[in-house]
Design a protein around this ligand. Structure first.
Ligand code: NDP
Ligand code: PYR
Ligand code: MG
Length: 416
């Protein structure tokens, strides 16, 4: 067993199994404490909530609580390994919610027979939480699930692999294009993968200015084109009227490669076919479509990003989901809409262009970081992230009419 593998297993097993626990926020030491916390005192908030349902936010943890819900059908890039195998990842998301945005979060892994069973299960428990973060649910079922739950729930329901990934990818790509001197409107984009992350990333890039006809998408059967008869309705939106059939044909002269598919699917030779000053986001986890060492030795005019923490330019939804929920919950948004997503894109993009605080350099073990080819997106441990992104998202929620309360006074006015 490798050292790193054993260290990862020990991290999860010791000193207690797993990565999260529940802590109390009120004293429970004396008879008086118990009389307030439980019987008879608990009857008072029960009566108050029965009379005024909004009081649930005043007297319970709902307003700071996010459920991370999966069925384990697309665990990172490891595939459909089932609900229990997804539990470490879901606990990991809960850890990140708490560590980066102070949100309490609990993982829920659902075993189900049909997609409708999954939807019914989640809809039935949704009101316990302030928001629902769907995670690692494969396409195309994820699209139907998210749509149905948004319709049935009046709290934010957000499929992180779709929109969290799309927001971070868009922010990073807008910056990378600016550094390479390219425009998003003209960029030729190859997207490897046609699932949850891929479809959402490309749709949001289009909202940011990319041209649909400049995008070539590939699934496990190759280029998605109009003569294919096996495409679902989501892939159909990206079917090109083209004779190109292979990765090599579509990547020749391309400016951008976005990989949200699986490991080692892009070779150094493929990368050499790209246009001058190419951009490669190899975002599959844990192993990217091309290893950064291989990519960087194939091209020296490249901007390279991966989903990993151990190389520069980590394009990973951890830069989004804690903060978008922080902003949404703090104004009790009923949904996370496109305005809020775009606000998050621009907050992330703009923060990367600012000087980097010392604490981030220390955490990243580097002596300097400045906007450029090895720093296109903020680092997850940047203490300004929560304030910047949450504030932008909360303002967008208020302005677009989905907030149920006003922006709290002085809400992250220092921007974190
Ligand atoms: N860095 C980040 O923040 C994130 C990274 N990801 C990564 O993106 C990947 C996909 O996740 P997600 O979209 O949720 O999963 P899905 O299961 O929804 O989609 C996977 C897609 O990858 C395609 N694919 C699989 N093998 C190949 C291949 N050999 N060539 C081309 N395409 C292939 C599948 O094709 P087909 O449709 O034919 O089955 C499918 O379209 C994972 O590796 C995940 O780790 C996801 C979210 C966030
Ligand atoms: C980062 C993430 O959510 C994924 O790879 O699925
Ligand atoms: Mg995921």
């Amino acid at each position: 067993m490798t050292d790193f593998r054993q260290q990862a297993l020990d991290y999860h097993a010791l000193p207690v199994p797993g990565k999260i626990s529940i802590e109390l926020t009120k004293p429970a030491e004396t008879v008086r404490d118990l009389a307030l916390a439980y019987s008879p005192g608990v009857a008072e908030p029960v009566r108050a909530i029965a009379e005024n349902p909004d009081d649930v936010y005043k007297y319970t943890a709902k307003g700071n609580l996010v459920a991370v819900i999966s069925n384990g059908t697309a665990i990172l890039g490891l595939g459909n390994l089932g609900p229990m195998a997804s539990k470490p990842v879901m606990e990991g998301k809960a850890l990140l919610f708490k560590r980066f945005a102070g949100l309490d979060s609990i993982d829920i892994e659902v075993t189900h027979r049909t997609t409708q069973d999954f939807i019914n299960t989640v809809a039935s428990i949704a009101n316990t939480f302030g928001g629902i973060n769907l995670e690692d649910i494969k396409a195309p079922e994820c699209f139907e699930i998210e749509k149905a739950l948004i319709e049935r729930c009046d709290i934010p329901v957000f499929h992180d692999d779709q929109h969290g990934t799309a927001i971070v990818t868009s922010a990073g790509l807008l910056n990378a294009l600016a550094i390479q001197g390219k425009s998003i409107e003209k960029a030729q984009i190859v997207c490897m993968g046609a699932g949850a992350a891929a479809i959402a990333c490309m749709e949001l890039l289009i909202q940011c200015g990319a041209q649909r006809e400049h995008i070539y998408m590939l699934d496990s059967k190759g280029v998605i084109h109009t003569r294919r008869t096996d495409l679902n309705e989501y892939k159909m939106l990206f079917a090109n009227n083209t004779d190109k059939r292979t990765l090599q044909e579509v990547i020749t002269g391309a400016d951008v490669f976005v990989g949200v598919s699986g490991p080692n699917l892009l070779s150094a030779d493929d990368l050499r076919l790209m246009a001058d000053k190419p951009i490669v986001f190899a975002c599959s986890n844990p192993d990217p479509e091309i290893h950064p060492d291989i990519a960087n030795s194939a091209r020296d005019d490249l901007i390279m990003a991966t989903g990993r923490s151990d190389y520069p330019n980590q394009v990973n939804n951890v830069l989004c989901f804690p903060f978008i929920f922080r902003g949404a919950l703090d104004v009790r948004a009923s949904a996370i809409n496109d305005d809020m997503k775009l606000a998050a894109v621009h907050a992330l993009k703009d923060l990367a262009r600012e000087p980097v605080p010392e604490s981030v350099l220390t955490a990243a073990s580097v002596s300097a970081l400045s906007f450029g080819k090895d720093y296109i997106i903020p680092k997850p441990m940047d203490p300004r992230l929560c304030g910047r992104v949450a504030r932008a998202v909360a303002i967008a929620a208020v302005e677009s009419g989905v907030a149920r309360i006003d922006l709290p006074e002085n809400y992250f006015v220092e921007g974190g």
